[in-house]
Write a protein that binds this ligand. Structure first.
Ligand SMILES: Nc1ncnc2c1ncn2[C@@H]1O[C@H](COP(=O)(O)OP(=O)(O)OP(=O)(O)O)[C@@H](O)[C@H]1O
Ligand SMILES: [Mg+2]
Ligand SMILES: [Zn+2]
Length: 573
């Protein structure tokens, strides 16, 4: 009869168990010193050896040559435990025996001496499923057990074991198994089975288990069923459920190129190959996690489970993204994973998610954005010339999507202004430069800005003969931040700005619709752009505010970053 590899190769002694050294050593010592506890909790990830070690412990205790840390494997007791239980080693699946009646029965059973062996050992799997009353029925027994009774509660969810029980047991938490050790174990099993597997193939299968030995061995089973006794990486990757790193790498490539189209192609290919999209999204998260960890901790960190060849690739790819980028991608990929869990339309969600990854794009490091602002706020000597757009950190030519914070150019005079100036026969105003000009003493500033929104609106409305609105504009002040037109207007004029005519004027004058944000208050007289409700300010404060807001660099900064200025403080005071 065919037996699955995971069961066939269940270790029969501590020596065969991969990792879990802390558990093995403690138990071995306890056995050697004859200090056996009556209650144990084995908790940890699925498939990491909890049931296995519970059975080994049973053998150690009941072997005819025992108690010993190295059971003989020959005696009736050893053999029967391997085969799945004896009268004195009782395995209970709490998933199906979780109620109070079962626990009462168990309590009865405990009272009788072992039929043949030294100890009566109760291995309770999925112990967290036991109901609270049922646990209560057990409490007394676990607290004062007869000398022959040993309980081993196995669970993946230790926190669900009531504290009353937990405090009466020795607790071992099992950790997920190290990648290298797992590969060694799998290589050994392949050798036993006469399977030739190349290391890369084993690495793929080992990684598929995410630290669970059982899951990795199941993947190995599946690979053998599909590919026969020669396993190579390419074939293993093609298994349903296994993902080629290729499609994952395609995702990072598309990210690097800002290429949404390739992202959609990745999804299409997965669909056509009948791949499970949820599984893919989980792999994707793991992939970004590995990239991030590689980026932070270096290519040969223990924290990443990968073969040497994979590590090299990971490091190369991780190097082309910043830590911040990778963090963002990991977060987004986790969101995709979450979305896909409950989605009836996994394909759509995956598509949205991947395109969103592209759109999340790459943010410009703040240093670079600042470097583009001008000499006064440069942060490093290597910063780019003030006018040159800072190079975005791409690994490929920037795509046309233009999602990154576009490095702003110094604003030139508006076309309307040029036109008006031409008519008036004066020189067009100089583009606002952040060069030497920017450092000019502010005493000379601010001249009426060429592109002052108030002035422009007023001129346009005047020309159209809309004198009421022109009046309102004249008595208010305006600043534009991003898509917002901030208006500070006295109450008596406020209503005018809700007029359709004003909306039209804005669209005409600025060439785009702007969202209006109206603050009622006394607008400071004069041409200086003001975004604060100034009425409550003292004269001195006002002067500082006006000067600060008129500063070309401050203005430039606000054009780049938008935002709102709440308070201006003079640091010298
Ligand atoms: N640490 C390990 N060393 C070697 N093999 C292991 C180890 N852990 C698990 N295995 C393999 O995986 C199989 C399942 O292990 P086991 O039943 O002990 O897992 P478990 O931790 O009890 O999982 P679950 O929480 O799902 O019950 C074993 O038969 C064995 O082949
Ligand atoms: Mg188990
Ligand atoms: Zn024995």
């Amino acid at each position: 009869m065919y037996q699955v590899i995971a069961r066939k190769y269940r270790p029969q002694s501590f020596a065969g168990v991969v990792n879990q050294e802390h558990v093995k050593n403690t138990l071995e010592n306890a056995i050697a010193q004859n200090r056996i506890a009556h209650g144990y909790i084995f908790s940890g990830q699925r498939g990491t050896g909890k049931t296995t070690i519970a059975r080994i412990l049973a053998r150690c205790l009941n072997c005819i040559q025992g108690p010993t840390a190295t059971p003989c494997g020959e005696c009736a007791s050893c053999k029967e435990i391997t085969a799945g239980g004896t009268v004195d080693v009782i395995e209970i699946d709490a998933a199906s025996n979780r109620g109070i009646n079962e626990m009462r029965e168990l309590r009865e059973n405990v009272r009788y001496q072992p039929a043949r062996d030294r100890y009566k050992i109760f291995i309770i799997d999925e112990a967290h499923q036991i109901t609270n009353e049922a646990f209560n029925a057990l409490l007394k027994t676990i607290e004062e057990p007869p000398p022959w009774a040993v309980f081993v509660l196995c669970t993946t969810e230790a926190h669900k074991i009531p504290a009353t029980i937990a405090s009466r047991c020795q607790h071992f938490s099992f950790r997920s198994v190290d990648f290298e050790d797992l590969i060694q174990r799998m290589a050994w099993i392949c050798q036993q089975e006469g399977i030739e597997a190349d290391p890369e193939a084993l690495a793929i299968l080992a990684a598929a288990g995410e630290g669970s030995v059982r899951d990795s061995l199941s993947a190995l089973d599946q690979a053998i069923a599909c590919c026969g006794d020669k396993l190579n990486a390419a074939e293993v990757r093609a298994l349903p459920g296994a993902f080629s790193l290729e499609s994952l790498e395609k995702v990072t490539q598309a990210l690097g190129n800002g290429d949404s189209r390739s992202m959609l192609e990745v999804v299409d290919e997965l669909e056509r190959n009948g791949q499970n999209l949820q599984h893919f999204s989980r792999e994707l998260s793991r992939y970004f996690r590995n990239l991030l960890v590689t980026r932070v901790a270096g290519a040969d960190t223990r924290m990443v489970a990968a073969s040497a060849a994979q590590r090299e690739k990971l490091a190369a790819i991780a190097g082309s993204f910043s830590e911040e980028d990778l963090t963002r991608y990991l977060q987004l990929s986790l969101d995709i994973f979450k979305d896909l869990q409950y989605s009836l339309q996994p394909r759509f969600h995956l598509e949205i998610g991947l395109v969103r990854l592209v759109q999340a794009g790459r943010l410009l490091p703040i240093e670079q954005a600042l470097a583009g602002l001008g000499p006064a706020v440069r942060t490093s000597p290597s910063a780019l010339p003030a006018q040159a757009p800072p190079a975005a950190p791409r690994m490929a030519p920037p795509p046309a999507t233009g999602r990154e914070v576009a490095p702003p150019r110094a604003p030139g005079p508006s076309p309307f202004e040029l036109d008006r100036v031409k008519k008036a026969g004066t020189r067009p105003p100089e583009p606002q430069s952040s060069g030497a000009n920017a450092l000019a003493p502010q005493a000379e500033a601010p001249p009426m800005m060429a592109g002052d929104p108030r002035e422009r609106l007023h001129a346009w409305l005047h020309e159209k003969g809309n004198t009421h609105l022109a009046d309102a504009v004249e008595n208010s002040s305006f600043t534009i931040t991003g898509g917002d037109l901030n208006i500070v207007s006295p109450k008596s004029y406020a209503l005018y700005f809700q007029d359709r005519g004003f909306e039209d004027a804005v669209r005409e004058v600025f060439g785009r619709p702007l969202r209006m944000k109206l603050i009622t208050g006394e607008a400071a007289a004069g041409p200086a752009p003001i975004s604060l409700a100034a009425s409550s300010k003292t004269e001195a404060e006002d002067e500082v505010t006006v000067r600060a807001l008129a500063n070309p660099e401050v203005r430039h900064f606000r054009e780049v970053f938008g935002g709102e200025i709440r308070k201006v403080r003079n640091l010298k005071e």
